[in-house]
Ligand binder design. Structure first.
Ligand SMILES: C[S@@+](CC[C@H](N)C(=O)[O-])C[C@H]1O[C@@H](n2cnc3c(N)ncnc32)[C@H](O)[C@@H]1O
Length: 256
């Protein structure tokens, strides 16, 4: 990836931010967290520690900030970084509405400038998890975590990428791209709903990178669409996602 993905993705999110205000407001108001494109309930995925009192947590690529809001409800002291000032403006406003004290920072999740070993818990839901090169942002997350700290991230499953046509049309049951040497995809010039530059790896390459950095994998989840799902979300038809995993969640630990 030689193009400047950070500037490209920032521009995409600046332009799209207004479309996320309503979604953000709805998610901030949920009684319990829900995750990903099909709003998979927290009780199914168990992503957040139930009690985060006394924990310092960071969200990498926070968007409208609802994940950070859920962490403050569980007692964490939360820092949230995003590259888009417009997304942060929505997040700040929603945090104020909900009385959540969150330290919002404008910046690149690949190089936060925050001190080493300052967080117990790091998370990304479709933030750095998909918009930043894994070999860069995972090293930054490692640096930010204290020993025994945990990182959880959720994004697209690599299978959904190889089943996505090159022109950006919704994914189907054909293999449109090679799996070997997968790095992600440039969606800037596609015919359907162009966006930015996203990153993904084969499962073996994710595992190799975690091991190289020093992360231990504590859990890996593949997320399908629920039976009630209809239509298409994020260019993935519900009918596809009921039988193939649309999303993945990696739970990692920095050893003590
Ligand atoms: C889909 S939102 C993620 C937030 C939320 N969990 C969600 O799913 O809506 C993606 C966010 O990642 C941010 N982002 C993209 N590249 C980034 C980077 N290099 N550093 C920090 N944030 C980034 C975008 O500005 C955007 O707000």
């Amino acid at each position: 990836m030689t193009r400047d993905h950070v500037a490209i993705n920032k521009a995409v999110w600046e332009a799209d931010a207004a479309n996320w205000e309503e979604i953000g407001a709805r998610l901030w108001s949920m009684e319990a967290p829900v995750w990903g494109n099909w709003n998979t309930p927290e009780e199914t995925l168990n992503i957040l520690p139930e009690d985060m009192r006394g924990k310092a947590a960071i969200e990498l690529g926070c968007g409208t900030g609802y994940v950070s809001g859920w962490m403050t409800q569980r007692g964490a002291e939360v820092t949230a970084i995003d590259v888009s000032p417009q997304q942060l403006a929505t997040a700040r406003q929603l945090a104020q509405t909900h009385g959540a004290a969150i330290d919002f920072l404008e910046g690149n999740a690949e190089a936060t400038g925050l001190p080493d070993a300052s967080f117990d818990f790091a998370i990304s839901e479709y933030g750095a998890a998909i918009w930043c090169p894994p070999e860069v942002w995972l090293r930054e997350a490692w640096r930010l975590l204290k020993p025994d700290g945990a990182l959880v991230f959720l994004g697209n499953h690599p299978l959904s990428l190889i089943c996505s046509p090159l022109n950006g049309a919704p994914c189907d049951r054909q293999l449109h791209r090679p799996y070997k040497d997968m790095w992600g995809a440039d969606w800037t010039k596609v015919d359907f709903e162009p966006s930015g530059v996203c990153f993904n790896l084969t499962i073996a390459d994710w595992m190799a990178l975690f091991a190289e950095i020093g992360f231990a994998v504590t859990r890996y989840q593949e997320v399908y669409a629920p039976e009630w799902a209809k239509g298409t979300r994020a260019a993935i038809p519900a009918e596809w996602a009921k039988t193939y995993p649309m999303e993945q969640v990696w739970h990692l630990k920095k050893p003590a």
